[in-house]
Ligand binder design. Structure first.
Ligand SMILES: *Cc1c(COP(=O)(O)O)cnc(C)c1O
Length: 216
């Protein structure tokens, strides 16, 4: 378990980037990790976690949340419309608002539930056909539409193409966020979080570098 080392690397990257200490939030991505590894990170005092599937999160986090108060849970994976209500009830933040139809559904359910998680609009910066997210050209319009529906959009999220230098994608995301007055940037994973911090990340989503490789 390498939580302390990752926190040190984040602090050093903040310093190199001229960022305030503590300005980058670490989301420990616990998807597919065995519960004993998650408990070790909880025991070390960490309380901010991310999952990529509603079902998996619903199966284990309610019980862990009772034992470890102060938990904050983030959804970072694709959200099917038919799981949206469950996601609103379970998560504090959803990073994967990736299509207009989901925004409409979340707006309606948030009305019914009386609250809504903080939201990030996922941008498909590499315009990869197989990847979720709004293409960069449509991002401004989708953010505006979300705001019109009173959705609490806090920032943007991206997952750069695997075989490209991520820095260009992080910079593009930062530019779109800036022109839309969005303060938060969810970008950077185990292999590239320091580069994301250099480009202004406010949330990094780190899994395997903390917990170890996900069991196959
Ligand atoms: C799995 C995942 C991560 C973490 O990936 P690691 O390479 O294990 O750090 C971050 N973001 C999303 C959206 C993921 O699905």
């Amino acid at each position: 378990m390498l939580l302390a080392e990752i926190k040190t690397r984040i602090r050093e990257a903040e310093e190199r980037a001229g960022r305030t200490e503590g300005s980058v939030r670490l989301i420990a991505i616990s998807k597919k990790q065995p519960v004993d590894r998650i408990e070790a990170v909880l025991e070390a005092g960490h309380r901010v976690f991310g999952e990529n599937r509603v079902q998996e999160a619903a199966g284990r986090w309610p019980e862990l949340a009772e034992r470890y108060p102060g938990l904050e849970l983030h959804l970072v994976g694709p959200l099917q419309t038919n799981k949206a209500r469950q996601a609103i009830e379970l998560f504090d933040t959803i990073h994967s608002l990736d299509r207009p139809k989901l925004a409409t559904t979340l707006a309606r359910l948030a009305q019914e539930e009386g609250h809504c998680p903080d939201l990030f609009v996922q941008v498909n910066t590499g315009e990869e056909p197989q990847k979720a997210g709004i293409v960069p050209d449509e991002a401004d319009a989708v953010v505006a539409e979300c705001r019109r529906m009173d959705l609490p959009v806090r920032g943007l999220m991206c997952i750069p193409p695997v075989h490209e230098e991520p820095t260009l994608h992080f910079a593009l995301l930062a530019k779109i966020a800036e022109r839309n007055d969005l303060a938060e940037l969810s970008m950077g994973m185990s292999g590239d979080f320091e580069r994301a911090i250099m480009q202004g990340a406010t949330c990094v989503r780190i899994g395997s570098a903390i917990f170890g490789e996900r069991p196959g």
